[in-house]
Design a protein around this ligand. Structure first.
Ligand SMILES: Cc1ncc(C[n+]2csc(CCOP(=O)(O)OP(=O)(O)O)c2C)c(N)n1
Ligand code: SF4
Ligand SMILES: [Mg+2]
Length: 266
C-alpha cells in the first residue's frame, strides 16, 4: 500500500532521533546515580572528567585513587565517580592532595581544581608542591574566569576575551596587569623530572592521552605532574557552540598546547 506524504512525515517525526547515533562509552568508574551530571550544557569540566574516568578504567586504579576537588565548579564533581573523593576549601586542594599522598604513597592522587583555585588563592601551594616535586598529579581547569561565582576576572583572563563582570571593558594590562600562565610558571620552578603539559577540551582524546601520561608519571617516576586543561564555560562567556569553539581557538594563541618533562629535551 502506498503511503501519503503526510504519513511519511508523521513516521519521520515519531522515529527515535538518536537511532543512528553511536552509543557513548561511559567510564566504568562513573557513579551512575549522579548522572545526568550537574554541569551546564557545553561545559568543559565533564569532558575532562570523562577523560579522567577513561584513564582510571584503563589503568585499573579505581580502588587505588584519591580524587581531591576544590571549591568552584569542580565541586560539582563531588559524586561524579565511584572513587574516593574529598572536597577541600577553596585553593587548598593541592596541599590536601600532598597529605593524602604522604599517608598513602601507593595511591594515585589527583588534585582537580579551577584556574582561580590554582593560580590565585592557591598559588602558594602550587609553587611549593612544584618546588618539592611532590609525586601527585595536579589538573587545573583553565576556563579564563571565576565561573562558579558568576564570571569575574581570573588570573588567566586575557585581553579581548568575552568580558568578565569585574573587567567589563576588557582586561587591559595597564589597569589589571597581565595574565598568568600556569604551566609556564611550573616549568620555571620545577626540579628536573616533572611532567608539565597543557591540553584543551576541544580535543578530548588529547586530554585523555595527556592525563594518562601524567598519572603514569606519578606512579612510575614518583615525581610531580601538572596538566592545565583549557576549558569551555559557555555560561559565563555567553557564547553559543560555534562561538565557544572559536574562542577556544583564539585562547590557544595565548595558551599554546605543549608537554614536556623538565630537564630533558622531550
Ligand atoms: C576562601 C574563599 N574565597 C572565596 C570563595 C568564593 N569562591 C567560590 S568559587 C570561586 C571561584 C572559582 O573559580 P575557579 O577556581 O576558576 O573555578 P571555576 O568555577 O571557574 O571552575 C570563588 C572566588 C570561597 N568559596 N572561599
Ligand atoms: S558556570 Fe561554566 S564552568 Fe561552571 S558548570 Fe557552568 S559552564 Fe561549567
Ligand atoms: Mg575558572
Amino acid at each position: 500500500m502506498k503511503t501519503s506524504n503526510k504519513q511519511q512525515r508523521n513516521r519521520k517525526e515519531t522515529a527515535p532521533r538518536t537511532a543512528s547515533l553511536p552509543v557513548p562509552s561511559f567510564p566504568r568508574c562513573y557513579k551512575e546515580s549522579s548522572k545526568p551530571h550537574k554541569f551546564c550544557p557545553g561545559c568543559g569540566h565533564p569532558i575532562t572528567l570523562h577523560e579522567i574516568g577513561m584513564v582510571v578504567d584503563e589503568l585499573g586504579i579505581q580502588n587505588k585513587t584519591a580524587f581531591l576537588i576544590d571549591i568552584g565548579c569542580s565541586l560539582l564533581a563531588w559524586d561524579f565517580f565511584d572513587i574516593d573523593t574529598t572536597q577541600t576549601h577553596h585553593g587548598r586542594t593541592v596541599p590536601t592532595a600532598v597529605g593524602f599522598k604522604r599517608a598513602m604513597p601507593d595511591a594515585t592522587v589527583i588534585a582537580y581544581l579551577g584556574d582561580g583555585g590554582g593560580y590565585a588563592i592557591g598559588t602558594q601551594h602550587l609553587v611549593h608542591a612544584t618546588l618539592r616535586n611532590d609525586p601527585i598529579t595536579v589538573i587545573i581547569i583553565n576556563n579564563l574566569t571565576y565561573a562558579m561565582t558568576g564570571g569575574q576576572m581570573a588570573p588567566t583572563t586575557i585581553e579581548k576575551q568575552p568580558p568578565t563582570t569585574t573587567a567589563p571593558f576588557d582586561r587591559t594590562p595597564d589597569v589589571f596587569g597581565t595574565n598568568l600562565k600556569g604551566p609556564e610558571l611550573v616549568l620555571h620552578l620545577a626540579m628536573p623530572g616533572a611532567f608539565v603539559a597543557r591540553t584543551a577540551v576541544d580535543n578530548p582524546l588529547h586530554v585523555r592521552m595527556t592525563i594518562k601520561e601524567a598519572l603514569l608519571h606519578q606512579q612510575k617516576n614518583k615525581a610531580f605532574s601538572f596538566v592545565e586543561v583549557l576549558s569551555f564555560c559557555p555560561t559565563n562567556w555567553k557564547t553559543n557552540a560555534q562561538e565557544t569553539f572559536a574562542w577556544m581557538g583564539a585562547f590557544k594563541e595565548t595558551y599554546p598546547l605543549f608537554k614536556t618533562i623538565t630537564g630533558t629535551n622531550s
